[in-house]
Design a protein around this ligand. Structure first.
Ligand code: KIV
Length: 267
C-alpha cells in the first residue's frame, strides 16, 4: 500500500502527465476493494441517491446521509483520497452554510475534500472553504443537481456560448482555490481546451481522453444494471448477470435440499 493520495499529489500527477483514476464508492466493502486495487480517488457521490436509494435524481440526498456513507467509505480506505459530494441545498443558500456543512463532512465524516456543482455562482463558498483548510473539487458541464433546470441529462457545452461559460467557470474555480474539477458530459475538444488552460487536474466523465483523470460510477462500469448504458461508460464486468445467476442457483439449491451439505453443517 503506497502513500496516502493528497490533493497536492493530484496536482503533481497532472504536472507529470500521469492519469488519475477515480471511482465512486458508497460503503466500506467496495471502498476497501477499490482502494486495495490502487484507485487514486474515491468519490462518495450524491449519485448514491440514484444507485443505492432508488431515486430518479440526486436531489433528495441529505447531508446526514452523505455523512453516514462517507464514514463507511473512510473506514474501508487506507490510500485513496476520499472526496464527498455536497448534496443539493447544502451549499447554494449562503457561503457560511456551505462552509459549515463542508466542515461537518470533514470533521464528522472524515472526508479528505468536498465536491460541489457549479462555477461562478458558488465561488464565494469555494473561496471561504479553501481559505480555511477545506479542499474543494468543482463540477462543471452536466451538473445533475440542476436537472430540473436543464430538463434532460443531455450533453452540455455544445453551443459556443455555453462552452465559453464552462471554460470561464473552470478558470474562476481554479482562481478561487479549487484543487480539481470534474467535467461531466461535454465535448472532448472543450474538455481538452479546459484541461490545457488550468493548472489543476480535470477529471472527466463523458468528457473524452484528454482530461487529467477519469471517473465512473462503479455500478455502471461493473455492469450492475441492465438498463443504464450511456455511451461514455465502458463495462468492465457484467455483475448483474453474475449476481442473478448466483442467487438463482442458491434458490434452487435451497429448494432442492442441496444446500447446506454435510461439510457446510456442524456435526
Ligand atoms: O455523484 C456522482 O457520482 C458524481 C460523479 C458522476 C462525478 O458526481
Amino acid at each position: 500500500m503506497g502513500k496516502r493520495v493528497t490533493t497536492r499529489r493530484l496536482v503533481e500527477l497532472k504536472r507529470k502527465g500521469t492519469p488519475i483514476a477515480c471511482l465512486t464508492a458508497y460503503d466500506a466493502l467496495t471502498a476497501h476493494l477499490f482502494d486495495a486495487a490502487g484507485i487514486d480517488v474515491l468519490l462518495v457521490g450524491d449519485s448514491v441517491g440514484n444507485v443505492v436509494q432508488g431515486h430518479d435524481t440526486t436531489l433528495p440526498v441529505t447531508l446526514e446521509q452523505m455523512i453516514y456513507h462517507t464514514q463507511a467509505v473512510v473506514r474501508g480506505v487506507q490510500r485513496a483520497l476520499v472526496v464527498t459530494d455536497m448534496p443539493f441545498m447544502t451549499y447554494q443558500v449562503s457561503p457560511r452554510d456551505a462552509f459549515m456543512n463542508a466542515g461537518r463532512l470533514m470533521k464528522e465524516a472524515g472526508a479528505g475534500a468536498v465536491k460541489l456543482e457549479g462555477g461562478r455562482r458558488v465561488l464565494e463558498a469555494v473561496r471561504l472553504m479553501t481559505e480555511n483548510g477545506i479542499p474543494v473539487m468543482g463540477h462543471l458541464g452536466l451538473t445533475p443537481q440542476s436537472i430540473h433546470q436543464f430538463g434532460s441529462y443531455k450533453e452540455r457545452g455544445t453551443s459556443e456560448e455555453e462552452a465559453q461559460q464552462i471554460k470561464d467557470d473552470a478558470i474562476a474555480l481554479e482562481q478561487a482555490g479549487a484543487f480539481a474539477i470534474v467535467l461531466e458530459k461535454i465535448p472532448s475538444d472543450l474538455a481538452s481546451a479546459i484541461t490545457a488552460s488550468v493548472s489543476i487536474p480535470t477529471i472527466g466523465i463523458g468528457a473524452g481522453a484528454d482530461c487529467d483523470g477519469q471517473i465512473l460510477v462503479w455500478t455502471d462500469m461493473m455492469g450492475m444494471s441492465t438498463e443504464f448504458r450511456p455511451r461514455f461508460v465502458r463495462r468492465y464486468a457484467e455483475l448483474h448477470d453474475v449476481i442473478t445467476r448466483g442467487v438463482q442457483t442458491y434458490i434452487d439449491d435451497v429448494r432442492n435440499h442441496t444446500f447446506p451439505n454435510a461439510d457446510e453443517s456442524y456435526p
